[in-house]
Design a protein around this ligand. Structure first.
Ligand SMILES: Cc1cc2nc3c(=O)[nH]c(=O)nc-3n(C[C@H](O)[C@H](O)[C@H](O)COP(=O)(O)OP(=O)(O)OC[C@H]3O[C@@H](n4cnc5c(N)ncnc54)[C@H](O)[C@@H]3O)c2cc1C
Length: 410
């Protein structure tokens, strides 16, 4: 694999770096005040980061998955809270539409998200259906020219600010799950912010209620009854973004440990001279390097899947039916991308939590305050082992792919 960046990619990543530096102070302040960072949309919108991997004809920059992932890695240095905003908006937001929407839906919904006029969210999880989305109770029924959706989703990232979301509901008739594009201000939707979170303070999570919410029939996303295929494909991108963000978290932890350990003196010399402090530093560095290659390899596999599906779309008007035909090449590409993204997320999120824990230790009492970067990474990275598939379920999923479906343990 060649990871050499083109001049255009380098310029873009420099833009991302500058935007991150510009919002750093405000992000820290917002974190402590537990409010949304109102500079993100404007500052990152200016450089096109609100639609980085979205095709140019839909208002995006048209970058490949790896470039997007490298941008997310840099954003992760500023904290998983900021990174989660982008994961929800782009990875499990726009990319779901880009992948599954028809041309009319794309034209109607994507450009207003790349411009930042509308932010996206992905509403799958329910109070009684987390690791097992197939047990969801949110339902829909055919009401003539529209569907009505009823139920409750929770923990939805960007949920309070999103203008457009995808959601998933069970057909009252046959129990099959379908995916929908929903305008967040539709009648019948109410949203409440989830308070008292452990961390991730600048990204807002919501409980979203659908009460006889009317959704036009044209907003069915993908094939009727195949909603979980849409949701699970979104989670490949979501996991990749979490894993990439985790590298950023570890990079910042490493930087902070080096900086602080060279400055802080105890027992007659700086901490950086102590072998046990050096052990923390080398462990974080090792985690960064090992995570990096898992993530980049998974991104390359995701790109191959993306390219294959885009070719299929060009060749077949009814490409959704083509995907259904037990197409071996597609299944292999999808399973590889799925497995590698799961491995990358599992490893990188555990490593980020461990690295943040080590970084807090290096800081001692100074690391036990939310004003400290390591402390915030510690609190925030805890969530990365839970969302986009808990790490337990990912372990089982990886094993199942290797052993065979008949060994599914979840
Ligand atoms: C900060 C945050 C942001 C989120 N953002 C979103 C979002 O934007 N959109 C969205 O739809 N959802 C979101 N979620 C929800 C998240 O995806 C779920 O929390 C996650 O899937 C786990 O579901 P659960 O919390 O119901 O836990 P449960 O499924 O109840 O699991 C509880 C524990 O049991 C374990 N477990 C479950 N089943 C098995 C099994 N078969 N074998 C072994 N162990 C098992 C789990 O690994 C976990 O440790 C978010 C959650 C958080 C915390």
């Amino acid at each position: 694999m060649d990871f050499e960046l083109t001049p255009r990619q380098k310029i873009f990543l420099k833009d991302v770096d500058n935007a991150c530096k510009d919002i750093r102070c405000h992000e820290e302040q917002c974190y402590l005040e537990e409010k949304s960072n109102d500079q993100i949309v404007d500052r990152f919108g200016k450089i096109g980061m609100l639609g980085c991997p979205v095709s140019r004809d839909l208002g995006g920059l048209g970058y490949d998955i790896l470039t997007y992932i490298l941008a997310i890695e840099r954003i992760g240095e500023e904290g998983s809270s900021l990174r989660t905003f982008f994961s929800a908006h782009t990875s499990i937001g726009q990319l779901v539409l880009q992948g599954w929407a028809n041309d009319d839906q794309k034209k109607e919904y994507i450009p207003e998200t790349t411009s930042g006029k509308k932010i996206m969210a992905f509403a799958l999880t329910e109070p009684a259906a987390g690791s097992d989305p197939s047990s969801m109770v949110t339902s829909f029924e055919d009401a003539g020219d529209h569907y009505t959706i009823s139920g409750k989703k929770h923990w939805i990232g960007n949920g309070t600010i999103a203008g457009t979301m995808t959601t998933y509901a069970k057909d009252k008739n046959d129990g099959k799950i379908s995916a929908f594009i929903v305008d967040a201000d539709s009648k019948g939707i109410s949203r409440n912010e989830i308070k008292n979170k452990m961390g991730l303070s600048t990204v807002k999570n919501a409980e979203i209620r659908f009460e006889q919410c009317s959704v036009p029939k044209k907003n069915l996303l993908g094939q009727k009854g195949k909603g979980l295929t849409v949701a699970y494909s979104a989670l490949i991108d979501g996991r990749l973004s979490v894993a990439a963000g985790a590298i950023g978290v570890m990079t910042d932890c490493l930087y902070e440990c080096i900086r602080y350990s060279k400055a802080r003196k105890q027992h007659g010399s700086v901490l950086a001279k102590k072998q046990l402090i050096q052990q923390h530093i080398s462990n974080i560095a090792m985690s960064i390097e090992s995570s990096r290659w898992l993530v980049y390899r998974a991104a390359a596999a995701r790109q191959r899947l993306h390219d294959y599906v885009e070719d299929l779309k060009r060749e077949h008007k009814d490409w959704l039916k083509e995907l259904d035909k037990q197409n071996k090449q597609y299944i292999d590409l999808r399973n590889t991308a799925d497995r590698l993204a799961a491995i990358a997320k599992l490893f990188a999120s555990n490593s980020a939590f461990d690295s943040a824990n080590r970084a807090v230790q290096v800081f001692g009492s100074a690391g036990y305050s939310k004003t400290n970067r390591a402390a915030r990474h510690f609190l925030d990275s805890r969530a990365t082992t839970i969302y986009e598939g808990t790490n337990e379920v990912l372990e089982l999923k990886i094993a199942m792919q290797l052993l065979g479906e008949e060994y599914r343990a979840y």
